[in-house]
Design a protein around this ligand. Sequence first.
Ligand code: GDG
Length: 478
Amino acid sequence: MARLIVVSNRVATPTETKGSAGGLAVGVFGALKDAGGVWFGWSGDVVSETVANAGPTLVQEGAVTFATVGLTKKDYDQYYRGFSNATLWPVFHYRNDLARYERDEYAGYRRVNAWLAHKLIKLIEPDDIIWVHDYHLIPFAEALRGEGVRNRIGFFLHIPFPSPQVLQTIPPHDELVKSLCCYDLLGFQTRNDQQAFHDYVAREAHGVVRELGLKHRQDKQDNHSEHEGEIEAYGRKLRTGVYRIGVFPDEIAEQAARYESRQHVLDLKQSLEGRKLIMSVDRLDYSKGLVERFHAFEQLLEHSPEWRGKVTLVQIAPPTRSDVASYKVIREELEREAGRINGRYSGLDYTPIRYLSQQYDRWKLMSLFRESQIGYVTPLHDGMNLVAKEYVAAQNPDDPGVLVLSIFAGAAAELSGALLVNPHDAAGMSEALERALSMPLAERKARYETNMEALRHNDLGVWRDRFLSDLASVPQPR
Ligand code: GDG
């Protein structure tokens, strides 16, 4: 079996791969443990040029080598804070209004990708399979190819791929797509994302796109992408596929149940005094639709006075990327809106929104999900949204809560048992909340079972194995 090299912007620590950081680190590490190999990327540290150039630092854990490098302040500013998170992230989430483009940041983005690729070279063996993750590393394969690497290289995009007209707002859009075509396999979260990429290649790059779709798949084993595509563009041939990332639902169910009687859950229950609980958990990010969500909850209290004092929204939102300007703005707006709504509807013993801007332990979160009547997950755009899947998995099968889910989350394509909402329609969202709060047990159970079946059918292991088996079967580049 070929060794695996995983490349991602941040590398999980060996401790995080044991479960504390969430499914992705655990899922990817599972594949690495089986095949043996290397997990390579940024350590998360900003360091001097001397220290950066001395890397990578290697930590061995069984058959897996964790190889990390630090970034200089300039590299961090241009590659991470700049082009990745102030240009690509907003545009790929259809927020061109929040995006900026600076030539020197783009140059820094390419420079850091080339530097990282160069750092990895020494660790690559001829038969290794290389799996690169996410938007920070679009030019990574091109840089490796430039250094003569002929291994199979795959790329998985965790966030949406925007429609061609939106992508074109980034001035070097053509270079970005050309860089993507240096991979051998491109994986997307949903059919829409894959289609948007195909549209760009066909219309803007005048490439050839063959959609092999489900028909082709019938000849194959079940563990392949659902929508295979073949692309010829910029002098290269590559494949594309849809790989919907999942969770390990049974592990989450077990842990959520195990934590159910812990003190934090009992404290929460006592403080709710019999009120219904709506739970939301997101990284504090403008793509997650937090302000719109608060407004819809406000409408519920405004138009259905019988719910005042009877329902509490707990929003957990640990801050991320707080040194990117647009993240400061969303944080301030959220604090203001939570304060305003609470000012309007609080009583001496009632606060409608509990807004907690901090990180919680993973299993604690799952047990809070289990305790709640609604999982309120309403991003404006989201590649998949694992919180939606975790919420379902954490429910008590005998008394499950209801998932209220945005149609713009990738997860909406799978979780047909959710109440689907448009996050731009506050009235519609508030109606969905009301319906979920009053939903009879039989309907809640039926919806939960539908969702749980989808989660088990396509868990994190299926996602990983499908991608890797498709990558292993592409012809070796010459
Ligand atoms: C990107 C894409 C795609 C959140 N708060 C805490 C905490 N979390 C965990 C959640 C979940 C994860 O973080 C967030 O994953 P999401 O999928 O919801 O969103 P992104 O971070 O934006 O992830 C997304 C994903 O990549 C995977 O491909 O689904 O679309 O944007 O696991 O539970 N975990 C802990 N404490 C917290 O306070 N421990």
